[in-house]
Design a protein around this ligand. Sequence first.
Ligand code: NAD
Length: 296
Amino acid sequence: MASIGFIGLGNMGQHMARNLIKAGHSLKVFDLSEENVRYVAQSGAKAAASAAEAATDVEFVVTMVPVGADVRRVFVDSGVIAAARPGTILIDSSTIDVDTARAMHEAAAKAGYKFLDAPVSGGVVGAEQATLTFMCGGDKDTFEKARPILAGMGKNIVHCGGAGQGQVVKICNNMMAAVNMLVAAEALVMGEKLGVDRKVLYDVITTSTGRSYSLERSCPIPGPVPTAPSSNGFKPGFMAKLMLKDLRLSQMAAQSAGASTPLGAAATAAYAMHIENGNGDLDSSSIIKLLKPDIG
Ligand code: NAD
């Protein structure tokens, strides 16, 4: 069993850290919120007073913080890279921009550490049930060493390629999920306006070529899927503001790669307007409100 420093104990990180403890690893944890640290410490982790302390004398460091600037703050400004002992494997599971992920690989390599970008999909439920998918970027040897640790938090652990390529796969996936959600909402609203029952639309399309995971699992129109956020007041789920964050990351990456993503750009604009309208904390399927504000 391994010794692990875990930094970032929010909606996702607290469950991931607890699952590592359940898997038998020894954890030192840190978050800017003392309450979050206390909560995970109750499950058997040692509370650290700083990010650098959490990274001292451990074999692995895992981070799960909001954005690229936070990842840089933890690894560089808070001294995690300097505090960790040589040979420590640094794993960042936050969803961040590809450029920062690559910069972290470089900063770690310069100081003699191995780095893995390992963003996840599966949401809070996946984090809680240890069924996350990990999309990993870094060298194969580091990936194989990290695999048993990631297996304590997820089911599907995939090596996507070199530095930053885990983040690339993650934003490609989320850009598609957003576009699929938006077009599902457009089609369902249009179909209903033309007089077809929403359940009929759902039943036919989920067995036809227009089907998608977004439609099947998170059907944006209330009713056809009783467990979907749309049938439960759009309670998340995956918040619309997080979808916008990932869409913006996809557009930054598209620009730096010179890739054309007209539908990704349209979905980014649509989610930005939706959030401007005060819907950021609702599930991402609430984008249907942009087309029909009084949907019910
Ligand atoms: P969150 O805001 O709930 O938690 C982030 C935690 O990081 C907070 O507790 C915050 O205090 C802590 N933090 C921030 N800066 C820190 C620092 N410098 N040092 C120590 N702690 C720090 O966010 P979350 O929902 O847990 O998401 C974390 C990451 O996972 C994000 O990048 C998000 O995009 C990604 N993600 C989230 C979901 C989801 O459904 N919530 C799904 C997949 C991926």
